[in-house]
Design a protein. Structure first.
Length: 65
């Protein structure tokens, strides 16, 4: 499943790279959400306060035992 389809942005003229850049910029500036608008459509993506980097550190083998 593509990122655009997952976020409901199929009709928007953005590449997946541009979407990820906007999400990364929002994390860097500690924003709570990103709003994508195109024509009359509006999609709001809410961001988690948990940093995705290192979130699963040392838990990768939790269920392996």
């Amino acid at each position: 499943m593509s990122l655009k389809k997952l976020l409901g942005l199929e009709a928007f003229p953005l590449s997946e790279t541009e979407i990820m850049k906007k999400i990364d910029d929002a994390y860097q500036t500690s924003r709570d959400e990103i709003v994508f608008t195109f024509n009359s459509k509006k999609v709001t993506v809410r961001l988690s306060k948990i940093s995705p980097l290192g979130m699963m550190t040392d838990n990768h083998d939790y269920f392996a035992q």
